[in-house]
Design a protein around this ligand. Structure first.
Ligand code: NAG
Ligand code: NAG
Ligand code: NAG
Length: 482
C-alpha cells in the first residue's frame, strides 16, 4: 500500500495508538521500559501531565499490531532461583519514579518471580503525588511484595527474621539507627548495601557509618566503586566492606521495542513529525534531566560549533538537528532559560528542540540517530540511557568519565570526548564525523547493539546480582554461626 493513500493514515494512527498504549502501560505498570534516568539522578520524576494509569494491556482486543504482543518466550531457569523461600527485606530511601527506587522494584519482582518472600519499606515520603505512590504500592502488592511501614515493631521483626536486607542508596543508612536501635548489630551481617550515587554530600558518617560492618556493598560501575573506596577512606576514615560491581541491564520490555522494526519505524515517523524533523535529517539527542551536571549547555555549544564546521568546510550533509529530552521549566528555570537564550542568540531555533522530561524514552530512541551522553565532572554512576540507546543500535558520543567509559568502547560503539570546556571542540568534531560518515555511524550502532546483547541485558544483571547474593548469604550464615 502506498504510504500516502487514504487507507494508510487511519491505520497508521491506530498502530501508533496501540504502540503508545503499550509503551505507557509497560512503563508505568511494569516499570521496566524505564527509563533513561540513571539511578544517580534522583530527581527525575514523571511529569505531572502524564497520568499514571493502571490499565491492563490485554483489554484492547482489536490491537492491530499483533507482532508487538507475540514476544518470543524463552524459558530459562533464573540465576536467582536459589532465593526461593528466602525472606528479603528491601529498604528504599523513597518511593518515586526515579532511577533508584525503580531499580529496587525490578529486583523485588525478580525475587518474587523465583518465589522469594519480599518485604518493602520506604523511609521517606518525597515530593511524589499520592497518586504515584499509590500506584507504585498497588503494583507491588499485586506482585506479592509486602509493603511495610518504615517504623514500628513489624519492621524490626522482619529485619531480624530476614535472610537478606537490601539498603538502597547511601541515604537509606539513616534508617538503621532510627528504627532498629539496639538491634542494629544483629542485622548488619545480612545487609547488602546498593549504592548508586557519586556526590560529595553522601559521604556523611550519619548515612554510612555502618558501612564497614555490613555483608557487602553493590555499586553500578568500577569508577564509582573506586570513588567510594577512596572517599570513605580519605574523608571519613572508614573502610568499605567487600564491594561488588554490578553493571545494570536493559529490561525485556525495552529490548522488545528496540528489536521490533515496525514499532521503531512508526515511532520514528511520529516523533520526527512532531518535532518537525525530516526523515533524512540527522538527529542528535541528550536524554537526561536538564541540569548543568548533565552538560546540555556544553552540548549546545558543540552542536553550534559543528554547524559552523560544516559551513566552513562546505560539507555536503543532511540537516543536523538536536533534541534535548528532559526539560522541566518548573525546576531548573535559570539553567533552562540559559539554554533557550543560547539557542535564540545563535539563531538555531529551527535546529534545536526541547522536550519535557518523560519516563517513556523508547519513542525518542527510535527517532534519533545518535545519543549524546554529556555528563560532566565525575560523569554518570552508570548511565542507563547509554545501554538503552545502544539497544536501539545508536552510536554514543559520550564524556570520558564515570560509567560511560565502561559501557562505550571508544572508536567502536561510539566516541569519547573530555569533560568540561576542553570537550566542546572534540565533541563538535565527533558530531561532524558521525554526520558525514554514514557507514561508520551505522556500524558503531550495530556494534553497540551487539555489546548490549552480550552483557547489558536483564538476565546478565540478574546473573551478576545472583553471584553477589549467594556470597552475601554464605557470609552472613557463617557470621551468625560463629
Ligand atoms: C582520593 O581522594 C583524594 C582526596 O580526598 C584525592 O586527592 C585523590 O586523588 C583520590 N585518589 C583517587 C585514586 O581517586
Ligand atoms: C512542558 O512543561 C511545561 C511546564 O514545565 C508546560 O508548560 C508545557 O505545556 C509542557 N509541554 C508539553 C508539550 O507537555
Ligand atoms: C578515543 O579514540 C580517539 C581515536 O578514535 C582518540 O583520538 C581519543 O583520544 C580517544 N579518547 C579517549 C578518551 O580514549
Amino acid at each position: 500500500m502506498a504510504k500516502h493513500s487514504v487507507g494508510w493514515a487511519p491505520l497508521q494512527k491506530r498502530w501508533l495508538w496501540a504502540l503508545l498504549l503499550m509503551l505507557s502501560v509497560s512503563t508505568v505498570i511494569a516499570f521496566l521500559i524505564r527509563v533513561a534516568f540513571d539511578p544517580c539522578d534522583r530527581h527525575f520524576q514523571l511529569s505531572q501531565n502524564k497520568p499514571v494509569r493502571l490499565a491492563s494491556p490485554v483489554q484492547h482486543k482489536s490491537n492491530p499490531v499483533p507482532v508487538l504482543i507475540a514476544s518470543p518466550i524463552v524459558v530459562k531457569p533464573s540465576p536467582l532461583s536459589f532465593m526461593k523461600s528466602k525472606l528479603v527485606l528491601l529498604v528504599s530511601h523513597e518511593l518515586s519514579l526515579s532511577g533508584g527506587p525503580l531499580l529496587l522494584m525490578e529486583l523485588a519482582f525478580l525475587l518474587r518471580s523465583v518465589g522469594a518472600e519480599v518485604f518493602w519499606i520506604t523511609i521517606q515520603k518525597q515530593s511524589e503525588t499520592d497518586e504515584v505512590i499509590y500506584s507504585l504500592e498497588h503494583k507491588m502488592l499485586n506482585r506479592g511484595v509486602q509493603v511495610l511501614s518504615a517504623k514500628g515493631q513489624e519492621a524490626i521483626e522482619v529485619s531480624l527474621k530476614a535472610d537478606l536486607v537490601v539498603l538502597n542508596t547511601a541515604v537509606a543508612g539513616k534508617w538503621l539507627d532510627a528504627v532498629l536501635k539496639e538491634n542494629v548489630p544483629r542485622v548488619l551481617s545480612k545487609v547488602l548495601w546498593w549504592i548508586h550515587e557519586m556526590r560529595g554530600h553522601y559521604f556523611k558518617l550519619d548515612y554510612v557509618k555502618h558501612l564497614p560492618l555490613v555483608a557487602g556493598a553493590m555499586i553500578d560501575s568500577h569508577v564509582t566503586t573506586e570513588y567510594w573506596k577512596n572517599r570513605t577512606r580519605e574523608r571519613l576514615g572508614i573502610k568499605m566492606p567487600e564491594t561488588y560491581v554490578v553493571h545494570l541491564g536493559n529490561s525485556k520490555e525495552l529490548m522488545e521495542v528496540a528489536e521490533n522494526s515496525v514499532a521503531k519505524r512508526v515511532l520514528r515517523e511520529h516523533v520526527r513529525e512532531s518535532l518537525g524533523v525530516q526523515n533524512e535529517d540527522i538527529l542528535f539527542a541528550i536524554i537526561n534531566s536538564v541540569s548543568r551536571g548533565k552538560g546540555q549547555d556544553l552540548f549546545l555549544r558543540s552542536f553550534c560549533e559543528s554547524l559552523q564546521l560544516i559551513k566552513e568546510k562546505k560539507l555536503q550533509v543532511p540537516s543536523l538537528h538536536a533534541v534535548i529530552v528532559g526539560s522541566d521549566m518548573t525546576a531548573q528555570t535559570k539553567f533552562e532559560s540559559e539554554l533557550r537564550n543560547f539557542v535564540t542568540v545563535k539563531k538555531i531555533q529551527d535546529r534545536v528542540h526541547f522536550v519535557n522530561k518523560t519516563l517513556t524514552v523508547a519513542p525518542y530512541l527510535a527517532a534519533i540517530d545518535v545519543l549524546v551522553q554529556n555528563s560532566q565532572a565525575r560523569g554518570e554512576c552508570f548511565g542507563r540511557i547509554t545501554i538503552e540507546a545502544m539497544a536501539f543500535q545508536l552510536p554514543v558520543l559520550g564524556t570520558a568519565a564515570g560509567g560511560t567509559t565502561e559501557i562505550v568502547v571508544n572508536g567502536t560503539t561510539g566516541l569519547l570526548h573530555p569533560v568540561g570546556k576542553e570537550g566542546v571542540t572534540p565533541l563538535a568534531k565527533n558530531i561532524v564525523k558521525l554526520a558525514t560518515q554514514v557507514e561508520r555511524r551505522l556500524t558503531m550502532g550495530k556494534r553497540g547493539y551487539e555489546r548490549v546483547k552480550s552483557r547489558f541485558l536483564e538476565h546478565h544483571m540478574a546473573e551478576r546480582i545472583a553471584v553477589v547474593l549467594k556470597d552475601v548469604l554464605r557470609k552472613s550464615k557463617s557470621r551468625s554461626h560463629s
